[in-house]
Ligand binder design. Structure first.
Ligand code: NAD
Length: 335
């Protein structure tokens, strides 16, 4: 059988060091992938004058699977977010962001296990109707939700819940104020929920959700929501398990999937061997699960868990005083 090829975008800032760490770990765990390296973001801009060169888009399309480091979007007019562009271009409608407690982190709770399923292409981030008046005193943007988009993402969340033996799906919305967009999302979420009688369906307004996530996270299992709310809630969830260094995300569509860390390129610590690679390692674990390689995924997860629990060569954000490369060696030794 032909080897599976994975497109790799090492990314900007801390991206190359954490991506290299994840790939060393995949290799040490015996994964037999081919890797096709392509550029995006600042690295691509410097080499080709484009943030997203055509070769990169072709590789993402051809190989279907991409492991991606964080990208820096240059500040200023004329640069649209590369991540938003990729999600739209490849129809990556589902953004799956799991958070799980690891013993040994300096987190507020030790029993968190929540998956946020965020609609990834519509809502406030669709980029539609962005206008600022000439005199700079008024600005507008448009939010668009479709029945098809809402149905796809909510169905995805229930099917994921079913597959992973989860008990409850909470639809998060603001239908009391955003009556058209959030209203349609909630209506569709209720309809889809009825098709899954074995899974408990709940609904919650987004502001109350934030408060309850902080006060009583046990109430949550799978959360499904629109783009903007999902972006914010998933960072809040990352905070519950010890910060952005612990949070992976998968962008999944019908014909392609991109696995990445939730955090950015961390320019403040770039090039200093200080980054915690766990988020990208967990993203590569999501990729293995997507490929039905659950056993290898579990072996890597338990090696990472053991390093964090024992405090053996952990990074600064985890309370240790070691670098990315030492952390990676500690994980590989346990494999
Ligand atoms: N998926 C992506 O590609 C993505 C996501 C968010 C931001 N960005 C981009 O990243 C750049 C920097 O953004 P920012 O500074 O607002 O957010 P950031 O997530 O890069 O950093 C926020 C803070 O968290 C720390 N941090 C992040 N990841 C860490 C890790 N793995 N280990 C240890 N500490 C870590 C950083 O040092 C920083 O103090 C911007 O250009 C932004 O557009 C990209």
């Amino acid at each position: 059988m032909a080897k599976q090829t994975v497109t790799v975008i090492r990314g900007d800032g801390i991206g190359p060091s954490i991506i290299d760490s994840a790939i060393e770990i995949l290799n040490a765990a015996g994964c037999d992938f081919e890797y096709e390296y392509v550029d995006a973001g600042l690295a691509a801009l410097e080499k080709t004058g484009e943030l997203l060169p055509p070769e990169t888009l072709e590789a993402i399309e051809r190989n279907k699977l991409t492991l991606k480091g964080p990208l820096t979007t240059p500040v200023g007019e004329g640069f649209t977010s590369i991540n938003v562009t990729l999600r739209k271009q490849f129809g990556l409608y589902a953004n799956v962001r799991p958070v799980k407690s690891f013993e040994g982190t300096q987190a507020r709770y030790d029993n968190i296990d929540i998956i946020t399923v965020r609609e990834n292409t519509q809502g406030m981030y669709s980029g539609l109707g962005q206008v600022t008046s000439e005199d700079g005193t008024e600005a507008e943007a448009m939010s668009k939700i479709t029945r098809e988009g809402a149905e796809k993402i909510v169905t995805f969340a229930y099917e994921l819940a079913q597959r992973e033996g989860r008990k409850k799906v909470t639809a998060v919305h603001k239908a009391n104020i955003l009556k058209s967009t959030s209203g349609l999302f909630l209506k569709v979420a209720r309809e889809v929920g009825e098709r899954f009688p074995d899974i408990e369906s709940a609904e919650m307004i987004v502001d109350a959700t934030c408060m309850k996530l902080v006060m009583n996270p046990d109430e949550f299992d799978v959360v499904v929501t629109t783009n903007l709310f999902g972006d914010i809630i998933s960072d809040l969830c990352a905070g519950l398990v010890g910060g952005l260094g612990m949070a992976p995300g998968a962008n999944i569509g019908e014909n392609a999937a991109i696995f990445e860390a939730v955090h950015g390129s961390a320019p403040d610590i770039a090039g200093k061997n200080l980054a915690n690679p766990t988020s990208v390692i967990l993203a590569s674990i999501q990729m293995l699960e997507y490929l039905d390689m659950g056993e290898t995924a579990e072996r890597i997860r338990s090696a990472v868990a053991d390093v964090i629990k024992s405090g053996d060569r952990t990074t600064r954000d985890l309370g240790g005083n070691h670098g990315t490369t030492d952390f990676t060696k500690a994980v590989i030794e346990r494999l």
